[in-house]
Design a protein around this ligand. Structure first.
Ligand SMILES: *Cc1c(COP(=O)(O)O)cnc(C)c1O
Length: 233
């Protein structure tokens, strides 16, 4: 098979998605609201990722530690990298220095490991708490009922700082869950917990980013709508 050398489809997808993000924002949000367009890179060749950075992407979302480590040297340095996939505690050490934000923290144990490694390398690691808003057994995330207790415990750590929440709502009935996430986010914000910020609500993927913006998302994580359908996952 011939190498794909033209990334014209990425230019077109980038333009279309940026336009649609702008439309959703104009319709549902305040002009001053910022919505970050993250490019989700799983299974995508580094050359295609770099092309997206050239289009204007400045945040990359990584799912797998192994895949990230094999590609990181090839990425242009302009974009910051976020971990969005389920993170095993024994892998924290491999990525702690590189991640601007870890979206997928869903247990006290994982937060403690991140805190420990962040202290070791001398940083305060920004994190989001992943919420299992649809209560799906197949998905990671803390249950909405357990969220506040987890935040109170993480708020006491010196080398992690919670910046907000992340969710992957069920594909079916997505709007209902997006709305529930917004309520949870606003609810927690209003409590003004010590050492906990609610600045980032990471939700919305290729299929539901416009709806997620309607319900207060500040960061949409887009893979297939930008890079095309994944051949494997
Ligand atoms: C794969 C993935 C995405 C992007 O999914 P698309 O539907 O391809 O846009 C977003 N968030 C997470 C956590 C993912 O694993």
């Amino acid at each position: 098979m011939q190498m794909e050398t033209s990334f014209k489809y990425i230019d077109e997808n980038y333009k279309r998605i940026t336009y649609e993000i702008g439309e959703a924002k104009a319709k549902y949000r305040k002009p001053a609201d910022e919505i970050t367009f993250m490019a989700v890179t799983k299974t995508v060749a580094p050359e295609a990722v770099n092309h997206a950075i050239g289009c204007g992407i400045h945040v990359l979302g990584e799912n797998r530690v192994q895949e990230y480590l094999s590609k990181k040297e090839l990425y242009l340095p302009e974009a910051e990298v976020h971990m969005i996939g389920h993170l095993q505690t024994n892998k924290v050490k491999y990525i702690i220095e590189d991640m601007a934000l870890i979206h997928s923290v869903d247990s006290l144990h994982l937060a403690q490991e991140i805190d420990r490694h962040a202290a070791r390398v001398g940083k305060v690691q920004n994190i989001l708490i992943e919420v299992n808003v649809g209560a799906e057994s197949s998905k990671s995330g803390v249950s909405p009922d357990a969220l506040e207790e987890l935040l109170l415990q993480i708020g006491q750590m010196s080398n992690v700082h919670v910046q907000g929440l992340m969710a992957i709502p069920p594909a079916a009935g997505s709007e209902k869950f997006l709305c529930e996430m917004q309520e949870l986010y606003l609810d927690i914000s209003a409590k003004k917990l010590d050492n906990i910020d609610m600045k980032i609500l990471s939700m919305g993927m290729s299929g539901d980013y416009a709806a997620a913006i309607r319900y207060g998302s500040t960061m949409v994580r887009i893979g297939s709508a930008l890079f095309g359908a994944r051949k494997y996952t």
